[in-house]
Ligand binder design. Structure first.
Ligand code: ATP
Ligand code: MG
Length: 458
């Protein structure tokens, strides 16, 4: 498909070199973007802006994805109109951001982000000027359309699509690079990474998502400059990591990160997860499972995936503490806290994920307890399903006993009577036994004293 696309695209007009201020313009016979694939909101926003005498284009990732035949996640619009002009044209719109203003235009459930052409890239949250490493921390400088193209990261992200005239405007050879399946940084790659080190992660993510090779001159400076990621605010780094993990191409992204040596040191979460021989296969299986759920349009839980990626650390520490003679459950609690604290020192996982992650971890040893009332109680736990999936995935990856995972599969489907027959004498890790009888025994109902291993059932 791409081959025939090349020959269609590279008609005579399209072959001429793009001048930074003069775009190559591709008509509908060349780019083959179907106008109907542009969201209604983005289309109407461009139409209105153009009717009022401004220029307006769909821009960035959406144009790139459409040319590649992929379904864009969202549609952004870039325009010559200033934010207050945009605001006055659309009844349902609001200006957001203080330092750099963009306008959100609402069409039913859809929100279209409209930005005025500008001369430099900015991330709203950041401070003015550059930091000591050359990172651009702010701008609010409006610019020309050509400047707006130059400030973008990769050539394939600098394409504009006019849904009225149905033309693609290309200032940076983006179409040519797309066709050649290359991810090329606009300008001098090293300088661009210094301005914004997150572009290194974006190179990994976008090349994986789009199946593009990273151009050697774009890839080469990363080795030298990867330490600059340490200066990026944690929240932004985490946001980008999460985008990778939930992109539907997590496995490919991680592979690219490793090729670029970006996973080392800076991203201990992944580093640790994938290089631990005991739990690495489980971390990888969790990434694969996430990709496959996303492919099937099923929901995924970031907390589940993060818990899986950190499990190696938790488990290692847990067993270390047990070996030092600490009882099992308190050891697991300390191990969880240690793992989260260690993680926070490098890449803080927002606290909103903590509760779910901890619950998934704490429920793991309970799958080993198949005696008495405990399997029934576990089955009723509100987080049972996720914890079972976690256990099952561990079993698949050789990190938990498969026979136990199979037992749980059968137990869930069995009738009440069958379940009673399935109960085991306790096969959880044996601990010092408490005095027989007492409260525990009463709780366990008909279970024999052997089945009641205290300290594991919380
Ligand atoms: P995705 O498919 O993940 O949405 P995207 O390229 O659209 O990929 P966004 O974060 O939505 O990524 O950014 C929209 C556009 O903004 C990009 O296509 C690019 O033109 C520009 N952009 C985003 N981040 C940067 C950056 N760090 N430096 C320069 N330009 C950027
Ligand atoms: Mg996007």
């Amino acid at each position: 498909m791409i081959k025939s696309f090349i020959s269609r695209v590279f008609g005579r007009g399209a072959r001429q070199a793009a001048h930074p201020s003069k775009p190559v313009v591709y008509g509908p016979d060349k780019h083959h973007i179907r106008k109907e694939l542009i969201s209604r909101g983005a289309r109407k926003t461009c139409e209105e802006l153009q009717r009022a005498g401004h220029t307006a284009f769909v821009v960035g990732g959406a144009v790139r994805d459409l040319i590649l035949g992929m379904r864009p996640k969202d549609f952004d619009v870039a325009t010559s109109a200033h934010p207050d002009e945009v605001r006055s044209l659309f009844r349902r719109s609001r200006i957001i951001g203080r330092r750099f203003q963009i306008v959100h235009v609402m069409w039913g459930a859809e929100t279209v982000e409209v930005s005025t052409y500008r001369a430099h890239f900015t991330k709203e949250a950041e401070e003015d000027k550059q930091d000591a490493h050359g990172r651009v921390l702010s701008d609010n400088v409006f610019g020309t359309q050509a400047e707006d193209a130059v400030r973008r990261d990769f050539t394939v992200n600098a394409l504009f699509y006019d849904p009225v005239k149905e033309e693609v405007w290309d200032f940076q050879h983006g179409v040519k690079d797309l066709v050649a399946r290359k991810l090329v940084m606009i300008g001098d790659a090293a300088t661009r990474y210094r301005e914004d080190p997150v572009r290194m992660l974006r190179a990994a993510r976008l090349s994986a998502k789009l199946g593009l090779a990273i151009d050697p001159r774009t890839a080469e400076p990363i080795r030298e400059l990867k330490h600059l990621l340490e200066n990026v605010p944690q929240a932004r780094l985490f946001e980008e990591i999460l985008k990778m993990l939930l992109s539907g191409n997590a496995v490919a992204c991680v592979k690219r990160l490793r090729e670029l040596e970006l996973h080392h040191g800076l991203l201990p979460l992944l580093d640790d997860a994938l290089e631990d021989p005991a739990t690495g296969p489980f971390a990888m299986a969790a990434l694969e499972a996430t990709d496959s759920r996303l492919r099937d349009d099923k929901p995924v839980s970031p907390a589940f995936l993060l818990a899986a990626l950190l499990w190696g650390r938790v488990e290692r520490r847990w067993h270390e503490l047990e070996e030092k003679g600490q009882p099992s459950t308190p050891s697991l609690h300390s191990a969880m806290h240690d793992a989260l604290d260690a993680q926070r020192e490098s890449l803080a996982i927002p606290r909103r994920f903590d509760a779910t992650m901890k619950e998934l971890w704490l429920l793991q040893p309970r799958f080993l307890q198949r005696g008495g009332a405990r399997p029934f109680r576990l089955l009723e736990h509100p987080r049972f399903r996720a914890a079972y999936d976690f256990f099952e995935l561990r079993a698949q990856a050789g990190n938990a006993p498969t026979d136990v995972a199979k037992w749980w599969e059968r137990f869930q489907e069995a009738s009440g009577e069958e379940r009673e027959k399935m109960l085991h004498a306790d096969d959880g890790p044996k601990k010092k036994r408490r005095r027989r009888g007492g409260k525990r025994r009463a709780e366990a109902g008909a279970a024999s004293p052997e089945e009641v291993a205290p300290g594991q059932d919380e």
